[in-house]
Design a protein around this ligand. Structure first.
Ligand code: COI
Length: 356
């Protein structure tokens, strides 16, 4: 059991309107911090008032981006208790990211203790409005004061919390996505599979371009041939082609192994759908569209949940999918997944973890 010290606030913030949360705009009263130093390992776990950090401007995180983050959620169930969804998968991915970025791993049970402890302290911040949850953002930064390019020998692991509603303004309504042919997000051998801020920093230019044209996000293609579908940046992507559900395989290491992605595949298999994880060329999707066989497209992610894609733009080819409406597969997945996450349906998979 992680030994955590508590310093609690006296005056709590006023809670926002649960019906107008948006995504990532409000933060709770406390945060979790734990330090790492060579020779000591991870130490000094503490829950403290949410506060600014004081860091030397030469800290390595500011210069060489030795940083990682995770994202998971706490949900309020009908009986008022609070549960997490598959935190073990996020913790496993956190340590895979740490390995890739030369950041020391965190004992998985310590990481889970830390997440449960901060969520328990902030239990009143788990919102109650339909479709809302408490987004949990664990992250690690390199804090050595040093301009040489080497792995840091000191780090801070922190967890902040934000009550959230839908990630996209569209909510569960289908989003419009632009197929990005110029910029790439990740390459084989790079950090695409890891949850590092740098992946998102390099995606901003494409994202900005797409937003200016009225799109919610970008569909990224592989970094070598610009031919195969990777992901959408804030979500993994699935296509229903002639009744078969296809999602890009993870084996090239340039796609984030989403926890929601993994859960959707498990649920689809259990529901008896035909699912294929494989290389998927964007031309195959376009050909399916032209033949009238592109039944549905949707993204999956912790923040995005299940987000139907109603329109795909590839420059000259504009594809309206399922009349711009949510399709039956996305709807079934949304209902099954959110039913388990919010505790409305029985969790046959054993995915949920009670906090309080
Ligand atoms: C998540 O879905 O939790 C993410 O981290 C995606 C995005 C908000 C960066």
């Amino acid at each position: 059991m992680l030994n955590i010290k508590y310093e609690l606030v006296e005056n709590k913030k006023e809670k926002p309107d649960w019906n107008k949360l948006g995504f990532g705009k409000y933060f709770t009263d406390h945060m979790f911090i734990m330090d790492y130093n060579e020779g000591m390992g991870w130490h000094d776990a503490r829950v403290v008032p949410y506060q600014n950090l004081s860091l030397d401007p030469a800290c390595m995180v500011f210069h060489y981006a030795q940083e990682m983050f995770e994202g998971l959620k706490a949900y309020r169930t009908p009986d008022g208790s609070i549960q997490l969804f598959r935190p073990d998968k996020n913790i496993e991915r956190m340590n895979n990211t740490n390995e890739r970025l030369c950041i020391p791993k965190i004992d998985p049970s310590d990481a889970l203790d830390a997440i449960k402890a901060i969520v328990a302290v902030e239990k009143d911040w788990v919102p109650t409005a339909e479709g809302t949850s408490l987004y949990i953002r664990p992250f690690i930064i390199a804090t050595d004061v040093m301009l040489g390019v080497h792995p840091s020998k000191s780090y801070k692991f922190m967890i902040i919390l934000s009550p959230v509603g839908a990630y996209y303004a569209e909510g569960i309504k289908p989003v419009k996505i632009f197929i990005e042919r110029e910029y790439v997000r990740a390459v084989k051998g790079g950090t695409g599979f890891a949850k590092v801020g740098g992946n998102y920093a390099c995606s901003l230019i494409g994202q900005e371009k797409a937003e200016k044209m009225g799109y919610a996000q970008v569909l990224w293609l592989d970094g070598i041939e610009h031919k195969y579908i990777d992901e959408v940046g804030a979500m993994n992507v699935f296509f229903v082609i002639d009744g078969t559900i296809v999602t890009p395989a993870l084996d090239e290491g340039n796609i984030l192994p989403g926890v929601t992605r993994n859960s959707c595949i498990a649920m689809l298999n259990k529901l008896g759908y035909k699912v294929e994880e494989r290389k998927l060329a964007v031309e195959e999707v376009i050909a399916a569209y032209k033949e009238g066989k592109l039944d549905e497209a949707f993204g999956t992610g912790t923040a995005a949940v299940i987000s139907p894609i109603g329109f795909l733009d590839d420059g000259n080819i504009k594809m309206t999918i399922n009349n711009g409406e949510i399709g039956p597969v996305a709807e079934k997945l949304y209902n099954t997944l959110t039913g388990i996450q919010w505790g409305r349906e029985k969790d046959d998979f054993g995915w949920t973890v009670k906090v309080v």
